[in-house]
Design a protein around this ligand. Sequence first.
Ligand SMILES: Cc1ncc(C[n+]2csc(CCOP(=O)(O)OP(=O)(O)O)c2C)c(N)n1
Ligand SMILES: [Mg+2]
Length: 533
Amino acid sequence: MTDPSSSRDASAATPVNVAHALLATLAANGVTTCFANPGTSEMYVVAGLDDVRDVRAILCLFEGVATGAADGYARVTRNPAATLLHLGPGLANGWANLHNARRARVPLINIVGDHASAHAAFDAPLQSDIRSLASGLEGWIRSSTASDDVAADVADAVRAAYGPPGQIATLIVPADVSWNQLSTPPTTWPVATRPSPVAPDERALGRAIDAMKTKRTALLVGGAALDAEQLNLADAIAVATSSKFLVETFPAIMERGVGVAAPERLIYVPEFAIAQLQDLDALVVLGARDPVSFFAYPNVPSALRAPACELIDLGAPGIDTLAALTVLADAFGVTSVAALHDDVPDVPTGELTTASLAAALAATLPEGCVVSDESNTSGVHFYGAARFAPRHSWMTLTGGAIGVGLPLALGAAVGSGQRVLALESDGSMMYTLQALWTMARESLDVTVVGLSNRSYAVLNFERQRVGSIPEPSVGQRLLDIDDPTIDMCALASAQGVPSVRVTTSEDLADALRRSYATPGPMFIEAVLPKRMA
Ligand SMILES: Cc1ncc(C[n+]2csc(CCOP(=O)(O)OP(=O)(O)O)c2C)c(N)n1
Ligand SMILES: [Mg+2]
């Protein structure tokens, strides 16, 4: 539902075409950033950008960059950005990062152009079933069919994207709908009202209080519960009740660093996660989900919580997590205290390893930085090291579809205006490396550390679980990316991003400091031992 009373002044020049109305309604709703890769069916929207200057359109050279950037924008601002995508193939190219965005529960609005309604019957080459592609995103979908309804359709899309929790709204706009004039140009554009978060489940809160008083309990936090205030409150509750304090493995965005409590991270490898959760009578879950193994393996349970451990879920995603923590804190008479930490350790010296990489990153991280972490195996020590770094935000791969790190960094830089550090492993970078071009074009303050281990290292780890590897191995050729060697610096330089290659911790620290002191993007290739060190 849209609240017509809160409509904003349209200042509509007459006549107004629908593409103009679409953009003006986005802007009236605060959706002022559009990550775009347009085609012919979206050309009226492209033309409308010259009328509606409040919408900043940013060209992305692949749709997976546009969708991942909209995700990054939403993670740091908590507001939706729009994407502009070209029919079914454009949406399909952007789909994997929309999947990651769905798992991050961010608000996001896809504007997908379609053929003019009468053209559909001719089954022209780009005709496809856009709806079925969008339906896999499990959000909101509408095809605009009437030109005079498009402004309301956009406001409904914004309302749907808000959730809570945030979700993906896809508005399909046929070309003829967007090129028509409005029959009556309105004086205001409709503005969606943002709903409040849902109140937590009182019965579950009562059960949580009982369990934390009397049983061996862990508190697992995630989702919207990961800002400094809530983490410190949750930590105080955990300390007061001798509960274990855990965070989900792949948070959408989490505050970290000095003054922020650092819960133990649930480990990706299921056997280790099961060990972290063993000997518990109850698991209290806030903003996260009942933990499951990322993959199934023979003789390994999918559910990580032991059957005897009671699940106490404080509410569905979209609940008011701070309200829930406040109830628990009141019950135990605790208040939030800024976590104390040791000083940041010095930069190590010598050849880079995963351990010295993490230490060098933490020692140089600027305050207020946003980290986009697609470091995969090379980043195993970063979570631990970063608790000593200045206060920052940390974003991870929520949906397991690699190729999100650079787009997330791009969107976060646009949304936050802060320095962004992207930790990008070599295999993942090759999916969406066009994000570098947009970083250069928009002069964004992004420092990219390309993690060169010349391997799909995590898959080499998974391969070892399957059994011994014959010599020579045909399958092994699918897991190594060292032949030919990828010149990561050249890929960055070719797209207008200055680059440097480093092999030692001290050179990495120097390059990072230089980049943080220099406006615009920079690419640092960090050469690591092959596979894991
Ligand atoms: C969209 C998608 N395709 C394929 C995979 C399977 N996959 C998981 S990790 C990985 C390679 C990761 O290599 P890299 O990014 O270099 O990280 P490393 O394991 O070396 O640390 C692949 C191909 C995936 N998760 N998502
Ligand atoms: Mg790799």
